[in-house]
Write a protein that binds this ligand. Structure first.
Ligand code: FES
Ligand code: MG
Length: 580
């Protein structure tokens, strides 16, 4: 190690390594924390990027998590410095945490680059914190390791397990259909979220934790160890130890986040029945790294991969069972043995390949991590759709959809925006039946703004009461990774950006063909051209200043990952100027 050690010039020495005015300033102010001189002598300074917040309940245990990372860093001879960044919590933030994902990524990027650190540990958990921190770190590209906060224990209601988010959608529909009482609905609240951690379904948080692990940015098992399991803290400790060696090895994020790593992650997303949000987040992270990733890669690489993880919302179990069954290493092993892991030799944070890490992973429960010949869904990849209704693409998650509806032609019932939907869907006279297609506009990145998770529109109460369980729904919105249904999302361009979704009328016929990857409005090309030409210029109501306006002016469409146009790419870690 000492050989390599000599070759690496510590980045932090640019701050702490000189005996002049600047070195004095950088060290002296740090010393007000009681730091002795020798701490500044040739030790890797490791940033711990903490998204702790009591307003992000999923990340509220992160001060404890950080303490364990620190122990590992100290043990390996590094010096830990913890810093806060914008905590992008999913459950409280309005109008949607997606609006501030890019804001958080800017905070992370500038905090890492502008400060004396040789490497960084990203503490992530709640949905958007994972992509936001990876995006920011990718744009700086110093050695980086991800530590997730882990999922909550299983939710409980009436002695049975209930899953984060998924239970909310189900119970709400049951209340509306008159199947359960309001008392029971409210009683579910306490048992639904009964420990520290992120959503325990295969929602976006769990999906992104699996993505981080399959991309190689974490130690094995990071994705699934429950938040309150002591092994989560051991993993945090080991990650702290490992990041110090990553400095000496100069194992930067760009060596891990390669095109091959993203292809592995796309495949793993299909195997786990992961969230559609991963399509947007992986594109945004890849964009920061300069890795080309297209919607068609999801078809080319992901389709044909069976979903073998039997977790809600697609299947039966929760993250706790997933960890006890063998976690993501078990899935990767099954995939590799079945010839379904495209790049076994992709490098990971511990310096070994993805396959070396997982080749012997034990699997304890074939019900939870199913075998490839007994999958939950035969073809679990995200379905990419194109057509005159979505020239730049749309997505659908087959594992969450009703097979019979994935090939469907129906009459559109159109909602101009989310408010219009809420007002109209409860109208007992609404002209709608089970074959109708619910179409909602203006919920995309610019339109909402922030592309909220409203795409899984609840069904009309009168149809719910009649026993209808699913209908085709189409919008430029996203949906929660915990949601389900035959829901077409991320229609691009969005209505607000002039997309054809904006000209759909009540009664138009819409054709969905998942097998063929098609989404079409059944009107002629001439009619489409006329309607688009006749459409007045779209303008978002309300926003005229502040961050919201910046967002509307610069956000890219869903097929481009909804990053800001000016944030795409890696800007490196160099800071040529001092502050005084
Ligand atoms: Fe935080 Fe689901 S709300 S992970
Ligand atoms: Mg979510």
């Amino acid at each position: 190690m000492s050989e390599t050690k000599k070759k690496v010039e510590l980045r932090s020495a640019q701050w702490f390594g000189t005996q002049d005015k600047n070195g004095f300033m950088y060290r002296s102010w740090m010393k007000n924390q009681g730091i002795p001189d020798h701490e500044f002598q040739g030790k890797p300074i490791i940033g711990i990027c903490n998204t702790w917040s009591e307003l992000t309940p999923c990340n509220a245990h992160f001060r404890k998590l950080a303490e364990h990372v620190k122990k590992g860093i100290l043990e390996a001879g590094g010096f830990p410095v913890e810093f806060p960044v914008f905590s992008n919590g999913e459950s409280n933030l309005r109008p949607t945490a997606m609006l501030t994902r890019n804001l958080a990524s800017m905070d992370v990027e500038e905090s890492i680059r502008g400060n004396p650190m040789d490497a960084v540990v990203l503490l992530v958990g709640c949905d958007k914190t994972t992509p936001a921190l990876l995006m920011g770190a990718a744009s700086v590209d110093i050695p980086t390791i991800v530590v997730s906060g882990g999922p909550m224990l299983n939710g409980k209601l009436d002695g049975k397990s209930i899953g984060s988010g998924t239970a909310v959608w189900q119970l709400h529909e049951q209340v509306k259909a008159g199947e359960i009482s309001m008392h029971k609905f409210l009683a579910a609240e306490a048992g639904h979220s009964r420990s520290a951690g992120t959503c325990n379904t295969m929602g976006t948080a769990s999906t992104m934790a699996c993505m981080a692990e399959s991309l190689g940015t974490t130690l094995p098992h990071n994705a699934a160890i429950p938040a309150v399991d002591a092994r989560r803290y051991v993993l945090a400790h080991m990650s702290g130890m490992r990041i110090v060696d990553m400095v000496w090895e100069d194992l930067r994020l760009s060596k891990i986040l390669t095109k091959e790593a993203f292809e592995n992650a796309i495949r793993v997303n299909a195997a786990i029945g992961g969230s559609t949000n991963a399509v947007i987040h992986l594109k945004a992270i890849a964009g920061r790294m300069g890795v080309p990733l297209e919607l068609e890669d999801w078809t080319r690489i992901g389709r044909g991969q069976p979903t073998i993880v039997d977790l809600l919302p697609s299947g039966r179990f929760l993250m706790e069972e997933f960890y006890y069954a063998g976690g993501l290493p078990g899935v990767i092993r099954r995939m590799g043995e079945g010839g379904m892991l495209p790049h076994k030799d992709a490098l990971t944070a511990n310096g070994r390949t993805l396959w070396e890490n997982n080749i012997d992973a034990p699997i304890y429960d074939d019900e939870v991590i199913r075998t490839l010949d007994n999958p939950l869904i035969q073809d679990g990849g995200i379905c990419i759709l194109r057509g005159n209704l979505a020239p730049r693409g749309a997505v659908l998650k087959p594992s969450a959809a009703t097979p019979a509806l994935m090939q469907h032609r129906g009459k559109a019932v159109v909602f101009e925006n989310f408010e219009h939907y809420k007002e109209r869907i409860v109208d007992p006279d609404l002209d709608v039946d089970a074959n109708s297609v619910l179409v909602m506009k203006n919920c995309g990145p610019k339109g909402y703004p922030g592309m909220a998770e409203v795409g899984n529109m609840g069904l009309p109460p009168k149809l719910l009461a009649a026993g209808v369980k699913d209908m085709v729904r189409i919008s430029d919105a996203r949906m929660s990774g915990t949601a389900y249904g035959t829901v077409v999302l991320h229609v691009a361009p969005e209505a607000m950006a002039g997309g054809p979704l904006g000209v759909v009328k009540d009664g138009d016929y819409v054709e969905l063909d998942c097998a063929g990857g098609k989404l079409n409005l059944d009107i002629s090309d001439e009619e489409m051209t006329q309607r688009l030409a006749a459409r007045a210029e779209q303008k978002v109501e309300g926003a005229k200043s502040g961050y919201q306006q910046l967002y509307i002016d610069h956000v890219l469409q869903a097929d481009e990952g909804c990053d800001f146009d000016f944030l795409v790419g890696s800007r490196g870690s160099a800071v040529p100027k001092h502050s005084h």
